[in-house]
Design a protein around this ligand. Structure first.
Ligand code: FES
Length: 125
């Protein structure tokens, strides 16, 4: 079984970020929440700078070798969003193909999907 990774853009800023006068970006706040939520669970978390979806921050990707991959956006840096992202990633990890049945989607990820990528062909076959 391959590992499911949650990649979080730590440079994302929502439209009102400057007005809120925050030192941390919204992406850094979301990343901290997701990292805490994923502690002890069967998924891994990493940060990156810019997933090129800046207009619909905050953005994340869910990926595992040999499985469907997804990018999701328009998240607020909230505990509810972090819980939904991690729960969805756990479903992705448990799925052979990476496809999580819709009935198992956490409410917090609904309406946040941006793209889906099929797995790359297995070139060793
Ligand atoms: S800054 Fe997050 S996608 Fe560009």
């Amino acid at each position: 079984m391959t590992t499911t990774w949650i990649t979080i853009c730590d440079t994302c800023k929502r439209d009102d970020w400057a007005a809120r006068g925050l030192d941390e970006t919204d992406g850094e706040r979301l990343a901290s929440l997701v990292e805490a939520e994923a502690e002890g669970k069967a998924v891994r978390v990493r940060r990156t700078s810019c997933l090129m979806g800046c207009d619909h921050s905050c953005n994340i990707a869910i990926q595992a070798a040999g499985k469907l991959s997804y990018t999701l956006g328009r998240f607020e840096p909230s505990t509810e969003a972090a819980q939904g992202i991690v729960a969805y990633a756990e479903g992705h990890a448990a799925s052979e193909s990476g496809k999580v049945p819709y009935r198992e989607w956490p409410q917090a990820v609904k309406g946040h999907f941006v793209t889906r990528h099929p797995p790359l062909p297995d070139e060793s076959a």
